[in-house]
Ligand binder design. Structure first.
Ligand code: UD1
Length: 427
């Protein structure tokens, strides 16, 4: 297996292109199931998770074509076409590897009147139940059965009637599944306390481009008027606010100055506010976000929260940055119960972090030191890369498959802005 070697201490500077958003792409791709016409997605990031999803779509009889992009390009254009769906089962083998597979449940049910998806099972960052996905689909009119580790959803004869659901907690994935099911329902669906993440807005915009009728886009009360059919569309995936935030932390921890080309400040205000509190200069420009850190970093106290709060997906990367801040930061993880797996690894690099339940206390240290580290999830892996960029000596990051799931050509991008980083085979 490959590993990444980082020799820390280089100030990052220059321009780095931000890719299309993984979390948006993973809900835009299954929309291809909703129409028999082609769906073309531009700015799709080249990631293992997207390849996995493509494979899953192929299992359902969806054809995929990749437009001639050069290997050196970031992102690519893919067309998905599903004139006929040939299977409605998402098997354990694929769902186990890629949790986002659960997002085929809603659109498959809407198009075919039935869908069977393996239960995703446990996950490194917490229990991650799917009860809300099932409850909201039931509220829209589906019959749900659980058997042998699979969820089977069926629509009544004549299709889903639509319905009303109030989410007891904000769920991004369940809101996405509900939207993709409700757009083809016979009647109206209203969702209360729906997720408002920019990726949900991106999904709604694509659905509208395909002919869906949705009111309240970007708010927590969404009304969907079902339509008989949706048509094809060409759509550009939004830029990745988490990738942009991650590289902002990477630049800041090295005292560097970078341009994150294509990053949108409107979609990452909580991250920008946290960076500014930490003493990092962040300014929007026509090209993207300009990030500069030229003084001491300061401690920050915050809690993760659903959008527009501080994203759980940015917690590990900000924590890495705060390891080098003056003073003590307190972070509170409110979304997932087990999302501090990067802490012992950061401490092995000389950080001083204590955790108690959902709270992490980060005592800033003057210096981090390179070490061999490995992480158990995507954002945790990125936090170790960020720490490695500022650490004295060499850091080796193992288990790269996590990073490859969510960061498009990470080492190439970091090299572009002056990092001393390489990917090598584990020998
Ligand atoms: C979550 C994050 C999202 C992040 C993604 C990957 C939030 C609100 N969601 O989305 O920002 O990009 O992880 O890290 O920040 N829950 C249930 N039952 C369900 C579904 C969820 O109890 O059926 C709970 C979860 O355990 C969690 C909360 O609801 O505590 C939010 O989960 P949800 O938004 O659904 O998770 P993802 O869609 O994976």
């Amino acid at each position: 297996m490959d590993k990444i070697i980082i020799r820390g201490g280089c100030k990052l500077s220059g321009t780095l292109p931000i890719s299309g958003a993984k979390n948006a792409a993973l809900t835009l791709v299954p929309c291809a199931l909703l129409t028999d016409e082609p769906l073309t997605l531009r700015n799709l990031p080249r990631l293992a998770d997207i390849d996995g999803f493509q494979h899953l779509m192929n299992q359902f009889g969806v054809s995929t074509t990749i437009a001639g992009s050069r290997p050196e390009d970031f992102g690519r254009v893919m067309t998905f076409e599903a004139p006929r769906i040939t299977g409605t089962v998402a098997p354990y083998d694929l769902v186990r590897k890629m949790r986002a597979s659960i997002l085929v449940l809603g659109p498959m049910l809407a198009r075919m009147g039935e869908a069977t998806v393996s239960l995703p099972g446990g996950c490194a960052i917490g229990n991650r139940p799917i009860d809300l996905h099932l409850k909201v689909l039931e509220a829209i009119g589906a019959e749900i059965e659980l058997a042998a580790g699979y969820v089977r959803a069926r629509a009544p004869d004549g299709g889903l009637p639509g319905g009303r659901f109030s989410f007891p907690v904000v769920s991004v994935g369940a809101t996405e599944n509900a939207l993709m099911a409700a757009v083809l329902a016979n009647g109206k669906t209203t969702l209360h306390n729906a997720a408002r993440e920019p990726e949900i807005v991106d999904l709604c915009r694509l659905l509208v481009a395909m002919g869906a009728k949705i009111e309240g886009i970007g708010s927590s009360d969404i009304t969907i008027h079902g339509v008989k059919r949706l048509h094809g569309a060409t759509y550009r995936v939004m830029s990745d606010r988490i990738e942009a935030g991650s590289y902002a932390c990477a630049a800041a921890i090295t005292g560097g100055e970078v341009m994150l080309a294509g990053a949108e400040i409107e979609e990452m205000e909580a991250t920008v506010a946290a960076l500014r509190q930490a003493g990092v200069h962040v300014e929007p420009t026509q090209e993207g976000l300009h990030v500069a850190a030229n003084g001491a970093l300061r401690a920050v106290n915050l809690s993760t929260a659903p959008y527009p709060g501080f994203a759980t997906d940015m917690q590990a990367q900000l924590m890495a940055l705060l390891c080098r801040a003056e003073g003590t930061s307190v972070l509170n993880e409110t979304i997932f119960e087990n999302r501090y797996m990067h802490v012992p690894e950061l401490n092995r690099m000389g950080a001083h972090i204590e955790t108690s339940g959902r709270t992490a206390i980060v005592h800033g240290v003057a210096q981090l030191s390179g070490a061999e580290v490995m992480a158990t999830d995507l954002r945790a892996s990125m936090s170790l890369v960020i720490a490695g960029l500022a650490a004295e000596g060499e850091t080796q990051v193992h288990r790269l498959y996590h990073l490859d799931r969510g960061y498009e050509r990470l080492e190439e991008k970091l090299s572009l802005i002056g990092a001393d980083i390489e990917r090598v085979g584990d020998g």
